[in-house]
Design a protein around this ligand. Sequence first.
Ligand code: ATP
Length: 367
Amino acid sequence: PAGDVSASREPCLSLQGVAKQFGAFTALEDIDLAIAPGEFVCFLGPSGCGKTTLLRIIAGLETQSAGTLVQAGRDISRLPPAARDYGIVFQSYALFPNLSIADNVGYGLVNRRLPRAQVAARVEELLALVGLPGSGAKYPAQMSGGQQQRVALARALATSPGLLLLDEPLSALDAIVRVRLRNEIRALQRQLGLTTIMVTHDQEEALSVADRIVVMNRGRIEQVGTPLQIYREPASAFVAEFVGKVNRLPAVAEGDRWFRCGAHRWQCPAGQGSDFRPGAPVLLYLRPEDRVVGPLAADTPGLCGGRVEHVEFLGGNCLATIRVDGLTETLLLQFSLNQMDEFEVSEGRTLRFALRTDRLRVFPAAS
Ligand code: ATP
């Protein structure tokens, strides 16, 4: 559960030293990754980080410039797409518009010369699996975007592939359908025990569905971890800033994990920031929810006072922008609706609170 591929099981897919050059441009550099059977992995990163290129290399739709790919013990590095064992769903629904839904879903099965009756039964089974029973006679144009993606999913699953590849399958859908479908894909993936890789640039999507997230930046892997590890224990300033909301505070190291930030001095938790020599410029990161309110002793670590400048109401909670005494930067802190009432979090009020210094993350200012 710590997020590592269990040593006892052979990975479903392993990538070693995978790289990709487009002419002089390096799109991927030295990618090592092992994905366990049954895992749901998201490739997450900003536009241009190389996540789609990596997925296409796994699919054999793009050829890596270097490196090895092994799927279920078989070296697939040089295999053409048709010889690999995966199903794929693209962002654009990519259904054949002139074929019925049944023919779209059964396409790969007919290619394998299965008997008609067997194809028909399997197609109906697949349509039921994706929540579209009995719709085989329709045509793609008669279906909504979400329904077309379900059909694309059924088609990808038709041949019972060992690996499901999803290339931003939800990004063309509206917000409500997107959330519903991602939960359905996740439920189906669990039910089938299907090893799945999904490319997304949507961090909330990755956090909500993935067993592990591979955060990518500029053609490299920044961090691989469970959603909680990525959110709580970002391995770099990039990850801290790319995933979730975060406060970023310039500070100066004082040694022994102590850091001076404006007029404040905070000690980072064990394992954080012990390798900075005194005087080194750093960046401290703290999530908006990592604060304590309520009666606080004068020696509480991270104790602060400040004035609420702005409150962004979000329904069950709010994000308050607070001008903190002794800090140049304002802080963004999250309060539940109940805390908002109890501590009168509203514009113009002054508040006392303590930052959860045990949750601070520290990175070199240069990164
Ligand atoms: P997006 O979310 O925008 O699709 P991405 O992370 O999936 O981004 P890729 O599509 O993998 O990014 O592209 C990575 C980089 O490689 C980009 O800078 C892109 O311009 C470049 N690239 C991709 N395909 C080619 C190509 N065929 N020729 C040249 N450069 C390419």
